[in-house]
Design a binder for this molecule. Sequence first.
Ligand code: GLN
Length: 195
Amino acid sequence: MTRIGVLALQGDFREHICVLRRLGAEANEVRLPQHLAGLDGLILPGGESTTIGKLAAEYQLLDPLCESAANGLPMWGTCAGLILLARDVGHLQPLIGALDVQVKRNAFGRQVDSFEADLTVSALIEPERPFRAVFIRAPLISNAGPDVRVLASLEDTNGIVAVQQGHLLGTAFHPELTDDDRFHRYFMKLVEEMT
Ligand code: GLN
């Protein structure tokens, strides 16, 4: 069985775990460095990226997370998790920094400016069906490096909101808060291909 960890320091890790279990994966909460042992993949959930990063540093998890990313462990960051994975967020905060993107935090305004949008994502199964994406105080990917594949952009502004760089996946929105599990399936397939 595919064994996927979900970083469980803060944020909506429970929702990811529910989707993963429904899809037949073993899903484990990750809070300490030893919880990374034996994982086939890792999800970094949404929440508040500064808090998650600081807690990860305090629990001695940040360096092991950086090493896991460098050693090819498939990782998927959603929203705050994308921020944690990013190389550059415009100021200093604890980051994993493995994904070659620049990210603008809170790019769409405050919590009240949260919104939903239909995305066309040709990499997913049933690509003709739009993916209804939930953006909550979301970041935007303002720049993506040459090895980064853009998976989805917002239709009106062309802002990049989903990317992949080999074993690393980043989405500015929250697939775990919808009934549409195609991004989770996409990540699980990536994990299976890499193990
Ligand atoms: N605004 C949050 C941050 O900058 C991310 C929001 C989210 O994960 N929904 O960390």
